[in-house]
Design a protein around this ligand. Structure first.
Ligand code: CAO
Length: 459
């Protein structure tokens, strides 16, 4: 039969009336010897009080915010059988020392820059006079904290992070750089839950570090919106989550510029209407998007750097000799970009059929992943809906994207009088690492010329 031990505050040196800033266990928890039970903090240092024995926490007698001294009861512990046998007499507060105090802002040379170098876990910050806590130095290197094996970005702020030794140890085990974690505890202290929440956010792709140029974004604080009124929690679809991650990556990694222009498509529209019934007989709905596909390819042939991708090391430009164009399709589950291959080799009706087929299958979740790969350039058309201009996000590793809005009639001064002309607003976003501003405007001007006189697609 195991015994109940009363776990008391051990000898904590000169510290008097020290505040408990975190209670790390609750009733029913299993603990091992040296597991931290509470974290206490004085003006100058914080320390964990470890468990002297293994067992089950029966009753925690303290709360965060309590002031304690040596000998005060922390909790009752139902000792594990072996531990009880080994130490029958102990009303144990143990002559054990608490874990080494850690200064609130230790000097950099002693910093616990957790996980900046996974192969060499750095030591805890410990004042020389205090015995070392159980060392972690024999542990294997922690796993990377970022998806895809990227190493956690080290932060010079790590050593300044306000966290107890046990939280530091926990963070180190997970490979989390405390300098990147926002503390929700008192005075910004980082708790174990903060480290867990940070790890979850990184693993779910909501925070990405590594290969982002070494910057870390300030975390957006969680808000309990229900405090302000009724809310409904609607889970995101898998597609929306994936698309969101991709868009965020594109937004953060590509320096983008958006160039706006308008094209007079009055004649194009006349031609399109004149071919509608013939297209219908061929089983196609001839919309503007087919013309946009052809016009874009003509412009890509004229300006090949727009039909390229940066090599993964950023050292060269891979110019493609094929013309596979993605068309953004709005679906109930989120945005999809199926690819129409070899647009240069296809006619308008064939393209119209393919747009219809791909968009229907995208909406019915019948698109194969191979149909989403290999694009050179993307067209995002909101023309069927409305709006005047928008700034599309470059679909990396492509280097440019065309965003098309709804055509509208406007009076244009021509040969001494105003004429009603159908005008198409469009925007081109491009990767400024690859494309200069002059090339950007040359491309949009050329596209405008082609759309205004669609016979250019025959040249
Ligand atoms: N100006 C005016 N009218 C336009 C137009 C434009 N730029 N583009 C299309 N239209 C018209 C079409 O001619 C059609 O008219 P009718 O019904 O009278 O024939 C109507 O708008 C609806 O067209 P549609 O949307 O069915 O077909 P589409 O070929 O123009 O577009 C597709 C296909 C897949 C691009 C579109 O359905 C779609 O999903 N668009 C949304 C894309 C999106 O969400 N982009 C935002 C991404 S964020 O960057």
């Amino acid at each position: 039969m195991s015994e109940t031990q009363t776990i008391r505050v051990p000898d904590i040196g000169d510290f008097k009336d020290v505040e408990i800033i975190e209670v790390l266990v609750k009733d029913g928890d299993q603990v091992n010897p040296e597991d931290a039970l509470i974290t206490i903090e004085s003006d100058k240092a914080s320390m964990d009080i470890p468990s002297p024995a293994a067992g089950t926490v029966q009753s925690v007698k303290v709360s965060a915010g309590d002031k304690i001294n040596q000998g005060d009861v922390i909790l009752l512990l139902q000792a594990a059988d072996e531990a009880a046998a080994a130490d029958k007499t102990a009303e144990s507060n143990a002559e054990k020392k608490p874990a080494a105090p850690e200064k609130s802002e230790p000097p950099a040379k002693k910093s616990a820059a957790t996980a900046a170098k996974p192969s060499q876990p750095p030591p805890e910050s410990t004042p020389e006079s205090t015995p070392e806590p159980a060392t972690d130095s024999a542990q294997p290197p922690p796993p990377p904290a970022t998806p895809g094996g990227a190493e956690t970005v080290g932060s010079s702020q790590s050593h300044k992070a306000h966290a107890s030794p046990s939280v530091r140890r926990f963070a180190r085990e997970l490979g989390v750089d405390l300098g990147l974690v926002r503390g929700s505890g008192r005075k910004g202290r980082i708790t174990k839950d903060d480290v867990k929440a940070f790890t979850k956010a990184v693993m779910s792709g909501n925070r990405v570090f590594g290969n982002t140029g070494g910057f870390a974004l300030p975390e957006i604080p969680a808000v309990d919106f229900s405090k302000y009124g009724p809310v409904e929690d609607q889970p995101l679809t898998r597609l929306r989550k994936l698309a969101g991650q991709h868009l965020q990556r594109c937004w953060l990694t590509v320096p983008q510029v958006t160039q706006f222009d308008e094209a007079d498509i009055t004649e194009l529209e006349e031609f399109r209407k004149s071919k509608m019934s013939a297209a219908e007989k061929a089983g196609a709905k001839l919309t503007l998007v087919s013309f946009l596909l052809k016009a874009v390819v003509v412009a890509l042939e004229q300006y090949p750097e727009f039909n390229s991708s940066l090599s993964s090391d950023g050292g060269s430009l891979i110019v493609k000799k094929y013309y596979h164009i993605g068309v953004a399709v709005n679906t109930d589950e989120g945005l999809m970009v199926p690819i129409i291959r070899d647009v240069d080799q296809k006619g308008l009706y064939e393209l119209a059929q393919e747009i219809k087929d791909l968009s229907e299958r995208a909406r019915n979740k019948q698109i194969k992943s191979s149909e989403l790969q290999g694009g050179c350039f993307t067209i995002s058309s909101l023309g069927g809906i409305g709006g005047r201009f928008f700034t599309p996000i470059v679909n990396t590793p492509e280097v440019a994207i065309l965003g098309v809005s709804k055509a509208y009639m406007q009076p244009v001064w021509q040969d001494g009088s105003f004429e009603p002309r159908l005008t198409l607003p469009f925007a081109l976003s491009y990767d400024h690492r690859v494309i200069d501003g002059v090339a950007g405007v040359q491309f949009t001007q050329y596209l405008r010329t082609v759309l205004t006189d669609i016979r250019h697609i025959l040249l």
